[in-house]
Design a protein around this ligand. Structure first.
Ligand SMILES: NC(=O)c1ccc[n+]([C@@H]2O[C@H](COP(=O)([O-])OP(=O)(O)OC[C@H]3O[C@@H](n4cnc5c(N)ncnc54)[C@H](O)[C@@H]3O)[C@@H](O)[C@H]2O)c1
Ligand SMILES: C[N+](C)(C)CCCC=O
Length: 486
């Protein structure tokens, strides 16, 4: 049996595809139809060991190159990725179900941005000279960490692989990347492209599997750093396991982010922001503003216009460029979301629109809006990771800030207002790492991305990421004699 997107083999190790079909079978399903599109196998201990060994060997040679030489490879990879954007986007759509309208502008393109940005930065990752009393001085050297483990979620497979690989490789590290078991295909293409761009064999390896493959990757003593994108419960486990080995971590985790719409906001812009922050990628975005606090005086106007705007969503074949709303990634995730919708109804929230599974093969659900949601309801407290928007009323600025912050999460926050003083004042008090004023969910590579509180540790993208993929050695140089007390 051949499948439409079957890769050459399940894993990419030491510069080539590798198979071990004794590993647990891993079927890949196209969420738009439920059709099987590839058959992979989870990595066995043999595959995992080969990947880590290859990375260890490659890292030693890669770190000897100058930053300029490393950067050249990454920038070449960015160019190849852009040239192949169409094919990569089609694959991403098949892997995730996200519409081509999105994948063609937000996945491989975002991955290419990261490769280009960190490729450009690589040559300037230098230490400093520190003059000291008596003519002594010190200098610092920015060194790589070694072999980094990257572990991905299923909503942005290409982007996640590149957001982790680009800064890691720029700093002179190697990587073993484990994509989500739900979307294993795109990371293999990232590996192919990096090799084609001139990366040495073993520098970027891909191993497939579920948590049972991720766990031994995290604890392997040859791994110096773990970067996870995933849920908070997984983050707790992975962070704890990494701490046992005193490893560096980046934790990009979940959220339940607030978006605050004041009564002076442009209603159309606020609704656009709420659409981007709740229905893009069928709501499967970590930073989504799923608690939309709308000033009581404009709430009904907001809801009426939102319901109208949602009628323009084009729900259909994700490969059709006109489609703007695709299926959920999997039946399992669809069932989780349906469970939250039931909780919303039974706890007394008002269903304004949507709320139903769409009756066709695949994992389809309507964009859903609840109103009259209160802070204690399940849908206002827990991350849903699906297209479910909750509108909560507020009347007072201090009140809404306190309520917005009353969550263990802190990934993102947004404010819509025409009063820019208020916008800055409010955003300054919201406990979140990635914030927006009169916008939502923008994530250019130049800007740090990540959360506070339970939503994460460390930052991806921007110059901030360098600190998380390198360490500083300091060297004290005495110019005179060494004095000792005896
Ligand atoms: N902050 C961010 O940048 C960001 C981005 C995308 C998704 N997310 C979050 O990811 C979640 C959705 O993705 P998901 O369902 O794939 O998350 P998940 O936590 O179920 O899985 C994430 C990854 O961790 C692996 N994993 C699971 N158990 C493991 C273990 N014990 N050791 C090592 N690896 C293990 C999984 O196989 C997968 O690759 C949401 O909570 C979402 O908010 C966060
Ligand atoms: C670029 N986005 C859309 C903000 C996604 C970031 C990764 C979170 O899921």
């Amino acid at each position: 049996m051949t499948y439409p997107t079957q890769p050459e083999a399940s894993h990419f190790v030491n510069g080539q595809y590798m198979e071990d079909d004794t590993g647990t079978p891993l079927p890949v399903i196209y969420p738009a139809t439920g059709e099987k599109i590839a058959q992979l196998h989870e990595a066995t201990p043999k595959v995992l060991d080969a990947a880590i060994s290859a990375a260890e060997a490659a890292q030693k040679e890669w770190a000897k190159l100058s930053g300029m030489e490393r950067g050249r490879v990454l920038r070449r990879a960015a160019d190849i990725m852009r040239e192949r954007n169409h094919d990569l986007s089609v694959l991403e759509t098949m892997d995730t179900g996200k519409p081509y309208q999105e994948t063609s502008v937000a996945d491989a393109t975002s991955g290419a941005d990261a490769l280009e940005y960190f490729g450009g930065l690589a040559a300037s990752l230098t230490g400093e000279h520190i003059p000291l009393p008596g003519g002594d001085w010190a200098y610092t050297i920015r060194e790589p960490l070694g072999v980094c483990a990257g572990i991905g979620a299923w909503n942005y497979p290409t982007q996640i692989a590149c957001w982790k690989a680009a800064p890691a490789l720029a700093c002179g590290n190697a990587m073993v990347f484990k994509p989500s078991e739900t979307t294993p295909l795109s990371a293999l293409k990232v590996a192919e492209i990096l090799m084609e761009a001139g990366a040495p064999a073993g520098l970027f390896n891909v191993v497939q599997g579920k948590g049972g493959v991720g766990a031994p990757l995290v604890t392997d003593p040859r791994i110096a750093k773990v970067s996870l994108t995933g849920s908070v419960p997984t983050g707790r486990k992975v962070y704890a396991a990494a701490a046992e080995g005193m490893k560096h971590v980046t934790m990009e985790l979940g959220g339940k982010s607030p978006m605050v719409v004041f009564d002076d906001a442009s209603l159309e812009d606020a609704i656009s922001g709420a659409i981007l922050g709740n229905f893009y990628s069928t709501g499967q975005v970590c930073s989504n503003g799923t608690r939309v606090f709308v000033h009581k005086s404009i709430k009904e106007a907001f809801l009426a216009r939102m319901a109208e705007r949602l009628k323009d969503a084009v729900i259909g074949d994700p490969l059709d460029e006109a489609t703007s709303f695709g299926p959920m990634v999997s039946e399992a995730q669809l069932q989780i979301v349906l469970g939250f919708i039931e909780a919303g109804k039974s706890e007394g929230a008002r269903l304004v629109t949507g709320g139903n599974r769409i009756d066709k093969p695949g994992c389809w659900i309507e964009p859903t809006v609840f109103a009259d949601v209160t802070d204690d309801m399940t849908i206002a407290r827990e991350e849903i990771f699906g297209p479910v928007l909750s509108v909560l009323d507020f009347e007072d600025e201090d009140e809404v800030i306190a309520r917005a912050n009353a969550t263990p999460y802190g990934l993102s926050a947004g404010v819509y207002t025409r009063d820019l003083q208020r916008g800055h004042r409010v955003i300054g008090q919201l406990q979140a790492g990635s914030c927006f004023i009169n916008s939502y969910n923008d994530a250019p590579v130049e800007v740090p991305f990540g959360g506070v509180k339970a939503s994460g540790v460390g930052r991806e993208n921007s110059k901030e990421a360098i600190a998380h993929y390198s360490q500083v050695k300091s060297v004290y140089v005495r110019m005179g004699e060494t004095e000792a007390p005896f």
